[in-house]
Design a protein around this ligand. Structure first.
Ligand code: SD4
Length: 323
């Protein structure tokens, strides 16, 4: 199958494209730059439990690094979430393969990709960061490293995900209704009481992807990037487009140049749109937090929302969109 058709036929299924017309109107707040009180965490989509967990840890005085890791691990363990961790949709061979990364305030980072049978890839990514001289381990090497570090192997393909995959094998054009059936990749950024910024991103990637496919989520600069002096950004959506544009890095660099998180996300989404005339066929959403705790987001299609946790409270906010 030609690449373009593959992206059109399969890609949309896993990347948060809502099956709604692009001119659907939304009631959006006028001011999209959300100032939050520090400590703060922001989380892609409507992952309230993850937001709450990170908020509780931050309130206790835990580090931003700990808060983002523990926060996203909630979704890795959530069997109802078919795009992250345990219960994630498999590739077209029926295997669940996971991608994740984590980044610390000192700029250190760790990542795993194409990791099978381990429920918490973000925890393995953190071990890679802290206990190896490397940034990224993939496939068998990542798995062996996890086992050596005490992680237990686990079958991550749930009955439900297997059933859906078999249905897809028969029909090939079945597309889940995104934002309803799927909850998508979790990316999280946090600022702790000391003002330090950390981030994490974890996913099972595109549903029914080709064997060996790795998206943006474990790639530092694409799925996640931060600079403790500036702030951070995370991405969700069509990984191939995020990779091509190194979008999270771009957002942070734009903030470095003085853009607000909202302006930076908008410019980075516009870059993707400018470069690919087929932008209506996929979703990309970017979410950013600057050092002052200001939050912004922008996406191609309407339908992306995110959770801001500060002051013991979760707020779910609809992102502005290009369409
Ligand atoms: C990927 N970016 O693997 C991920 C998928 C995703 O919302 O974010 N879905 O391409």
């Amino acid at each position: 199958m030609k690449r373009r058709n593959f992206l059109r036929k399969v890609g949309i299924a896993g990347v948060g494209l809502p099956l709604v017309s692009s001119n659907l109107s939304f009631s959006l707040p006028d001011e999209k730059m959300i100032p939050a009180q520090i400590p703060v965490s922001i989380t892609t989509w409507n992952f309230h439990e993850a937001g709450k967990k990170s908020g509780e840890l931050l309130a206790e005085g835990k580090s931003a690094l700990e808060a983002v890791q523990q926060g996203v691990m909630i979704e890795e363990a959530n069997l109802d979430n078919t795009t992250v961790g345990n219960g994630g949709a498999p590739d077209r061979e029926g295997e669940v393969t996971l991608d994740a990364c984590i980044m610390a305030p000192d700029g250190n980072c760790g990542s795993v990709a194409y990791l099978k049978n381990i429920e918490h890839p973000v925890a393995v990514a953190r071990k890679v960061m802290e206990e190896t001289p490397h940034v990224m381990l993939v496939g068998e090497g990542a798995y062996n490293f996890a086992i050596q570090n005490g992680f237990k192997p686990k079958n991550l393909l749930t009955e439900n995900s297997e059933k859906e995959w078999k249905k897809w094998l028969e029909e090939k054009d079945y597309m889940p209704i995104i934002n309803i059936e799927n909850h998508d990749t979790i990316g999280m950024l946090a600022i702790d009481k000391t003002g330090d910024v950390a981030g994490a991103c974890t996913t099972s990637g595109l549903a029914y992807k080709m064997q060996g496919r790795v998206g943006d989520s474990p790639i530092i600069g694409s799925g996640l990037f931060l600079d403790n002096e500036i702030g951070g950004a995370v991405a969700t959506g069509m990984g191939e487009e995020i990779l091509k544009n190194v979008s999270s890095f771009l957002v942070v660099e734009l903030m470095r140049q003085g853009k607000t998180p909202q302006e930076a996300c908008k410019i980075a989404i516009e870059r993707i749109v400018e470069k690919n005339p087929e932008y209506k066929g996929f979703q990309v959403a970017l979410l950013a937090l600057n050092k002052q705790g200001e939050v912004g987001s922008y996406c191609i299609h309407p339908g992306f929302s995110y959770v801001v946790n500060s002051n013991g409270e979760n707020k779910n906010i609809q992102s502005d969109s290009f369409l």
